[in-house]
Structures are given as C-alpha cells and as structure tokens.
Design a protein around this ligand. Structure first.
Ligand SMILES: [Zn+2]
Length: 435
C-alpha cells in the first residue's frame, strides 16, 4: 500500500475567491500536511493531526515549502513545443508559416511519442499535472500522446484536431474520416487509465459545416468527453468567420448553431467577445481557456477578466499556456501575464484569483474538479511542492512578504521552474528538482 504524509505549508481552496474574497476562499496552514494513500488524498490539515491520523506512514518534510494541487493547463498544443518562440507573425500568418509545417510531421507515431515525452517531462518540471492538448489531424499524434500519458498514469486530456478545409492538403481530414477516426480514438483512449478524450475541431474556419455537425454528433454519442476549440482570438480571424458563416450572428453563434456549446465545452481565448456572445457563453455554461502569454506574444488582444469573471454570474475560466502561441510552459509566467493583461485594462488580478484559475478553474473548465485541481480529501493526489525562496532576488523579496497572498503574488510574478521542488501525480513522484 502506497501511503505517505507530505508536510509543509498547505493551501486548499474552499470557495471561489472571485465571489467570496481571498480570505474566505482558502484553507491555509503554515504548518500543514497532506496524507496520500493509494494515489488519493486521504487527509489535509494541521501537520500534527494529519501525522497522528496517518499513524506510521512515512513523512516527507518539505519544511517551509508550499504544497498545493498540481497546475491545470486547460488549452495547449503539445506538437508545437519545438516551435516555441517563433518570430514575427499574428494568428493567421502564424498558422501558415509555423504551425502547419510543424504539425505535418505527426503522422509518424515515433515522432509523436518522442515529442509527447518531451512535452510531458516539461509539464512535470513546471508543476503541471493536467493539460488539455490539441494533437494534430493525425490519429498517430493522439496515440503517441496518450501512450505516454497512460504509461506515466497522468490525468491528461486531448484529442485529434478536426480540420477539413483552409489548411494544407496533407493536414486535412474530411467530415466523415474525422468523425470515424475520432470515434475510434475515443473508444481506445477515453477512460484508459486517467486519460480523457477531447473532441477537437481546431476552429470554425478550418471545419466545414458538415464537419462541425459531425463533431456535435460525436459529442452527443460521448457526452462526458470534453469539447475544445478556439474562439475570437484575433480580429482578422473574426472577420473571416463572418465571411464563412454568413447566417450566424457572430463567432460564438457558429458554435451555438452546431450544438458545440455547454458544460464541457472549452473555448480558447475569447478575447474579443461582443455583448451577446458574453451572455450566451455564460448562459450555456461553457468555459473559457484564458491564454495570456499567447494573447500578448501573438498580439491578439486583452482578455476581459473583470467583465467575464467578477460579479454574480462568473463564466468558468481556466488558465492556459497555449504552447506555442504561448511563450512559456510555466504557470507562474502564465499567471504573471494574466496579471499584466489585467493591469493594461485597469484591473488588478488578486493572487488568490490567479492561483484559483491555474488550478481549480482549469479543472472546472474540463469538468474534472471532482477529482483534481485542489487539495481536497478524496481527490487524486496530483500535487506540486513549491520553494517560496527559489532565487536570491525572490528570497530577498520574501523577507518583506507579510502574508500568504503577498508571498503567492511574489511567486506568480517572479518564480519559474527552479521553484518546483517536486511534482506528484496520483501520489507518485514524477519530478524532483536536482540538488
Ligand atoms: Zn490554441
């Protein structure tokens, strides 16, 4: 029986800080502990109590380090990891110049598996325990990814990109082949180990109406799969969608028309929504993957966190790296960028809110908050241990940190992978910082 206690500072979200404020949203212990048994969280609380309850289980003492749930990245493209930091293009040119040529290589299972291995190594190093990935149009790209995720017993989400027009010929499927291949992949991988399948039309411009209809049929047949796509990232893209779908009221209206909205639907970006789209998105129960480093790096625009997330009826939002439009696989960098984008709109994203979006928010977007995204009893033990003084400049600044939120703010602005001491997936150590 695998049983141990991890001791350090612990932080659990007990409510949504956007609604109840930071203090009421958390259960924080400066001397806390987590008891892990058979891959699940058995207890969280004051260190003495937890150690007593776990009588005899070995204790790993992380001292002053912070133990929280592993980060959840709810929108990213693992095949694009090798093209990170590519210069000088905005969305539609970016796809033509960089993305499509890179993705063309993923019909090769070995290449897919090697790239997935590299990507998942880097996720673990950055404390990310769940990612929702877009593979490529090739079924092999999904097989490679889920093979590695299964071998490592990770809680990963992903799916084959559906794309039957407006892309190079070697990257196109058809409405029918896309449906058939996705269905086989769902039967093979959805629920294999901890894998979760995501039905993945890239975005409205690269799918015909027939393909969007087929995607909706698939989602009806497998309603507990995730449905992920892109929405309203860039102005030229939005104009293009208007030309392609003349009978839809707007971009989100296209997905509504094809029944691709609702709980379990995760829309990447949503930067330039009109009022109707914001309301429709909220009413449908759909979620947004906010990709701040990508929105800044590709020059797409400034996400309206205040309008969509504050107030009585918040939209479900998670944070996402969007590799490789995004410029970092670090959730610290992603939180910092979300803060900076808020600042540019006159809104200061409180660290409680940023950390919530990076963990619980992403898990809720993917409808996985019943098993990951928080240090709650019964959840899968996906956890990260964070050194709060990982570099000299952070250590120096931390001397002035007078409460947990100031300390967490310093981390989200300054920290990087050097702060990750250990990453656990289902109670197994999957990354440990070299000494
Ligand atoms: Zn994306």
């Amino acid at each position: 029986m695998n049983s141990f206690v991890a001791q350090g500072q612990t932080l659990t979200f007990v409510d949504d800080p956007f609604r109840v404020g930071p203090e009421r949203a958390i259960d924080y212990r400066s001397k806390g502990a987590v008891w892990v048994e058979n891959g699940l969280i058995r207890a969280v609380g004051p260190a003495l109590e937890v150690r007593q309850a776990a009588a005899g289980a070995p204790v790993i003492d992380y001292g002053e380090a912070l133990i929280i749930a592993g980060f959840v990245d709810c929108h990213t493209h693992y095949p694009q990891i090798s093209m990170i930091a590519s210069y000088g293009a905005q969305l539609l040119d970016w796809l033509q110049i960089y993305t499509f040529p890179t993705e063309a290589a993923f019909g090769d299972l070995v290449h897919a598996r090697e790239t997935a291995g590299l990507f998942l190594d880097q996720c673990a190093r950055n404390g990310i325990t769940t990612s929702s990935v877009y593979a490529t149009v090739h079924p092999q790209s999904v097989d490679g990814f889920f093979q590695v995720a299964l071998a490592r017993n990770l809680r990963m989400v992903g799916g084959k990109v559906l794309m039957d027009r407006n892309a190079p010929d070697d990257l196109l499927d058809s409405a029918e082949s896309g449906y058939e291949e996705s269905k086989k992949l769902i039967e093979k991988w959805h629920g294999a180990g901890r894998n979760v399948y995501a039905i993945t039309p890239r975005f409205a411009p690269t799918s015909s109406p027939e393909q969007l209809r087929a995607a909706a049929t698939l989602w009806r047949e497998f309603p507990d799969a995730v449905m992920q796509t892109h929405l309203s990232e860039n102005s030229d893209e939005i104009a293009w969608v208007g030309d392609l779908f003349t009978d839809a009221p707007d971009y989100f209206g296209v997905y509504e028309k094809f029944s691709l909205v609702g709980p379990g639907a995760v829309f990447g970006h949503a930067v330039h929504l009109n009022e109707r789209e914001g309301a429709a998105l909220r009413e449908s129960g759909s979620a947004i993957a906010h990709c701040p480093t990508s929105n800044a790096f590709i020059g797409s625009g400034l996400f309206d966190m205040k309008g969509l997330r504050d107030g009585d009826e918040p939209v479900t939002v998670g944070l996402a790296t969007d590799i490789a439009g995004g410029s970092s696989l670090s959730m610290f960098a992603t939180m910092r960028s979300a803060y900076e984008i808020g600042q540019l709109r006159g809104y200061s994203l409180h660290p409680a809110k940023a950390w919530y979006l990076a963990t619980v928010g992403g898990a809720r977007a993917l409808r996985l908050d019943g098993c990951i995204g928080n240090l709650s009893v019964g959840n899968e033990a996906d956890m990260v241990v964070i050194d709060l003084a990982s570099t000299p400049i952070i250590a120096n600044r931390m001397i002035r940190a007078d409460d947990i939120w100031d300390a967490m703010f310093v981390q989200m602005i300054m920290a990087d992978d050097r702060a990750i001491i250990a990453t656990y997936s289902a109670g197994e150590l999957i990354y440990e910082r070299p000494n």
